[in-house]
Design a protein around this ligand. Structure first.
Ligand code: SF4
Length: 362
């Protein structure tokens, strides 16, 4: 990627100064996180990879208990590779973005079976693995292997937007923000892993989205947004379109023994591979009158009591109206549908959407 500025002596000095300030700050203030190596120790690539996959679209606070649980259960990548897919999906339940869990398992199997359990160090080779994209490959290369790499997450984007006073709105401005980050990290071998993690920590604790604590910031002397007093306005955001609203039915169907009908969702699509209650199709809200119950529920008499749950996904909001029924007529032979004792429901990891529906239905 081309840098925004030429690499003359002045620029090299600026980069050196910026990185020096960031690294000195990190030596005193680094967050203690369960996947981080202790000072002077080498990071464990398995820990770094697992944490980076979990951290995609998810906060550090939400990830810590999952990371700890996964490591206790599967201490080595070989253990994770040998695990049952269902068990991984169940342990992942509640963390969201379930394609990550499927890819996690696939990646563990590829690394174990084809690479003798050893992660590659090179960004391009990392990116070829299941579930590892541009950001994650750079983060693993830098943090696990101390390789020069341009790591740009949301925190780092925000720092770049403010430090260089980039007024163009994101997501359109992402490329220019990455170019600034690249300018500061291109080919730099001075502690690339610590540098990336330091920027993440500064973004999380000092250069926060609201009320940044510029007085505590190690780079406040040359931060252009701070000098101009516009730090709170950056990064500028393109106006968000209203989220689409969707509607469907969710079914709480019991048989005479009190067992509950469950459905394993298809691998592709929303909540792929996860177990939940059966649902109808989810359609645009304005077409809600046209939603039909699935054929296998033909003839089932539903209670008339009205109740519904609301759930927000990244790209749409969903309302599911709950339909309750006692039925013996539902075919057990339907692929991916099965009965489950009500008392066993608590042993299954359900996505949050279905946990809400089960609380309402049961
Ligand atoms: S000086 Fe303020 S706005 Fe600039 S990088 Fe530091 S915290 Fe962010």
């Amino acid at each position: 990627m081309a840098s925004l500025k030429t690499n003359n002596k002045r620029d090299a000095k600026d980069v050196q100064e910026f990185r020096g300030q960031i690294l000195s700050w990190y030596d005193k203030h680094a967050r203690i996180l369960p996947w981080r190596a202790e000072k002077g120790q080498k990071a464990d690539p398995y820990h770094v990879w697992l944490s980076e996959i979990m951290l995609q679209q998810t906060t550090v606070g939400a990830v810590i208990p999952y990371f700890t649980k996964f490591l206790n259960k599967w201490p080595r990548i070989q253990d994770l590779a040998a695990a049952e897919r269902d068990e991984i999906m169940s342990e992942w339940a509640g963390l969201g973005y379930y394609a990550r869990a499927r890819n996690l398992h696939k990646c563990a199997q590829v690394v174990t079976e084809e690479l003798s359990g050893v992660f590659p160090q090179d960004e391009a080779a990392l990116k070829a693995l299941p579930g590892i994209g541009e950001y994650t490959s750079a983060a693993i290369a830098a943090i696990a292997f101390d390789r020069p790499a341009t790591v740009v997450d949301g925190n780092i984007e925000r720092i770049m937007a403010r430090y260089f006073a980039v007024k163009d709105a994101v997501p359109g401005a992402k490329k220019i923000l990455k170019s600034h980050a690249h300018y500061l990290s291109d080919g730099r071998k001075d502690r690339p892993g610590d540098y990336a993690q330091a920027l993440m920590d500064i973004g999380a604790s000092i250069c926060t989205p609201r009320s940044p604590k510029c007085g505590l910031c190690p780079i406040n002397q040359k931060c252009k947004a701070h000098k101009q007093g516009i730090e709170e306005e950056l990064p500028a955001r393109e106006k968000k379109l209203a989220k689409p609203q969707k509607f469907g039915f969710v079914y709480w169907v019991q048989d005479k023994q009190g067992r509950v009908l469950l459905h394993r969702r298809s691998e592709k699509g929303m909540l792929g591979g996860m177990i939940g209650l059966p649902t109808s199709k989810w359609v645009e809200r304005k077409k809600k009158r046209g939603v039909e119950h699935p054929d296998y529920l033909d003839g089932v008499a539903f209670e008339t009591k009205a109740a519904s749950i609301h759930h927000s996904f990244t790209h749409f909001d969903l309302e599911l109206a709950l339909k309750r029924a006692i039925s013996v007529s539902v075919l057990e032979t339907q692929d991916n549908y099965f009965w489950c004792d009500k008392s066993e429901l608590k042993t299954i990891g359900f996505p949050s959407l279905f946990s809400k529906a089960i609380r309402l239905g049961g």
